[in-house]
Design a protein around this ligand. Structure first.
Ligand SMILES: Nc1nc2c(c(=O)[nH]1)N[C@H]1C(S)=C(S)[C@@H](COP(=O)(O)O)O[C@H]1N2
Ligand SMILES: [Mo]
Length: 409
């Protein structure tokens, strides 16, 4: 019956594979996935706030940090996921395909976990390269898929708990050098497996076990080096001190007009003529009253300068010097309290970034500006000329460029 699977198992056999290896990789992957999930939920909450959402504005680079960590842990997950898949590959060939209800749940959760995770990390990676080759809305899909990944992972861990616990027990018996190899344990614990796999998984006495331990360490070191290289080579898009070694990430710090990268240009947003219209005004409205400020009127108001980052949801970020009018001053000038929600409109004729709601915490913050200058220069058209929003701790997508109006809600 299982000559074929035995033959396949033998073909894929490697002395490196063991329960211990799978557990160690699983632990690393569990860490990167958890960090990625938590930071992703935070980012999603800032963009689609539930009623109880809190909006931290200090440190001003909080979102730069959390989103940098999100993208970096997602990228680190890719080599770890492939290594983990390789480490358990023969189990996918085990025969019969379903042995019991628990086994069916286990295999189902693994199938779901593997496919959802691969889709999640690979589409996420592609997204950071500003390439959107799919017909579905990325953010919603990414969000819902994260719950699928998480749910199937919890199910998988629950089913594997006896194996994981046994591994921990063994790892805590330091007296016996054999104990950390867990090779016999793997054979015991996977006892119902067909012979082919057991032979492949069990060592041949002490010498085999020791060499297997060293090859496992070598493999883990190789996975660690690969993951580290990928992380170091991309994290410079979010973390300035790593930017000299940013080899793989798509956006480089210090490039673009006023040394700040541009995500979407004025030409892409089809906003050029509207933004360059000399008759441009910023309309501020509150309870039926409204005022239109020309650019020179805005420039004549008290100006404030702050060092604040642009932190794109796609992972790149850059800190810069912004100068402009405090938004709370504009709100107060209309007779409203600084703690007001705002509806911000961009000149951009269509698209997801045309409208933005600003919760009261940001409006009231003295560092939230209607910026007119960036790094000592008048805003470049691509950075949102004539005026744009810059607020502390907010995702880049909410830092609206090419302002048209502010409605105090
Ligand atoms: N109106 C408008 N505002 C926008 C965008 C846009 O496409 N349209 N892009 C946003 C995104 S995704 C980011 S990351 C920041 C980038 O600002 P920058 O191009 O000046 O660096 O602007 C944000 N503001
Ligand atoms: Mo962005």
């Amino acid at each position: 019956m299982n000559r074929l699977t035995d033959a396949l198992a033998a073909k894929f056999a490697s002395p490196v594979r063991s329960t211990r290896l799978s557990v160690v990789l699983g632990r690393w992957l569990g860490l990167t996935f958890t960090v990625c999930f938590a930071t992703g939920l935070f980012s999603h909450g800032l963009q689609n706030p539930p009623g109880w959402m809190f909006f931290p504005t200090r440190p001003v680079w909080i979102y730069q940090l959390t989103q940098g960590v999100h993208i970096t842990s997602g990228i680190a997950s890719i080599p770890l996921l492939f290594a983990k898949l390789w480490s358990v590959y023969p189990e996918l060939l085990s025969w019969p395909p379903v042995r019991s209800v628990v086994h069916a749940v286990e295999r189902g959760s693994i199938a779901l976990f593997v496919s959802a995770s691969l889709l999640q990390v690979l589409t996420g990676l592609i997204n950071t390269y500003k390439w959107y080759p799919w017909p579905f809305p990325f953010r919603e899909t990414h969000y819902w898929l994260s719950w699928v990944v998480w749910g199937s992972l919890l199910l998988h861990i629950a089913v594997k708990l006896p194996l994981i616990a046994a591994n921990w027990r063994r790892a805590r018996e330091p007296a016996n050098p054999e104990s950390t190899t867990t090779v016999p344990a793997a054979a015991e614990l996977t006892a119902p497996d067909p012979g082919g796999q057991q032979q492949m998984r069990s060592g041949r006495g002490t010498a085999g076990a020791v060499s297997r331990r060293w090859s496992r360490r070598g493999f883990l070191a190789a996975v660690g080096v690969t993951t580290g290289t990928v992380v170091l080579g991309t994290a410079g898009q979010s973390f300035a001190w790593l930017s000299p070694v940013n080899f793989f990430a798509p956006r480089k710090m210090g490039t673009g007009p006023a040394s700040v990268p541009v995500n979407r240009t004025a030409a892409d947003a089809k906003v050029g003529p509207l933004a360059q219209n000399p008759g441009w005004t910023l309309k501020v409205s509150y309870r039926g009253k409204s005022r239109s400020l020309t650019l020179s009127e805005l420039a004549a108001l008290p100006q404030t300068e702050h060092q604040l980052p642009i932190a794109c949801v796609e992972g790149w970020s850059q800190s810069a010097r912004w100068r402009g009018v405090r938004i709370r001053d504009l709100v107060q000038a209309m007779g409203a309290v600084p703690e007001s929600d705002l509806l911000v409109t961009s000149l951009e004729p269509e698209g997801a970034y045309r409208l933005m709601t600003m919760p009261a915490v940001y409006t009231a913050d003295e560092k939230t500006l209607v910026a007119l200058e960036l790094n000592g220069e008048v805003l470049d058209l691509d950075h949102g000329y004539p005026a744009r929003i810059i607020a502390p701790g907010r995702p880049g997508v909410l830092q609206t460029k090419w302002l048209q109006s502010l409605e105090i809600l």
